[in-house]
Write a protein that binds this ligand. Sequence first.
Ligand code: DGL
Length: 274
Amino acid sequence: MIKQPIGIFDSGYGGLTILKDMVETLPQYDYLYLGDNARAPYGTKDFQTVYEYTLQSVKWFFDQGCSLVILACNTASAKALRTIQQNDLPNIDINKRVLGVIRPTSEIIGTFSKTKHIGVLGTSGTVQSNSYVIEIAKFFPDIKVTQEASPEWVALVETNQCESPEADHYVQMHISQLLKKDSEIDTILLGCTHYPLLINTIQQYTPTNISIISQGKIIANSLQEYLNRHPQIEYNCSKNGSRDFFTTGDPVDFNNHASLFYGEQIAANQVVLP
Ligand code: DGL
């Protein structure tokens, strides 16, 4: 088998915040990034649509030769991952792997909380799926999880309004609504890959005794452990330190905007999905 890059998928820009931490933790691997910017946001779309779009993207990675694809998108992980793993992969290729971000985050998030009250902020799709409530309960049955959908936050990030009166308004609104639902929360999980871009505003409206947790480092560490546990999959990953970026949207827009998420200049190519 020819060694191939690790595929990183997101509905748009958000997965770049995850990729950034992966590259920092595991710089030796090659990474292929695809953002489905033309069809984002996923957070407001129904189950079937998110599943179909995600499956098309996963197949595109497989066509590029990737054996391992990470859905670096909470909404896709919540709505498409299980069906792809259980129904599609056995028919496509049993040697391919698709992983998500909800399970690895749920495995560790409980260790951050002393009060055993955790708040999860995510898209409407992620919150409605209840995935975090279900998954965290498997690892930390005594922890109370309270969710708050913050759908406007993705749009604020996608339209470059992280520091704006609108960002102040919607961040303050959702943080206070979350804390009103459960005043004992001492840990807030940013359960959407876009949200770390709003961290300054989020910190401004969150009491200082509450920890705010982003997923990047968690997912990067979990990938490292996964590759240690699966030497055959690790063996199939190419290691030249290359990063290639693709978008279904306009590559010029992508390049202009992506550096905000990734921290350095990107030169993306366009891809057309069926
Ligand atoms: N990247 C998605 C997530 O982590 C949010 C963006 C969207 O709604 O497409 O949930």
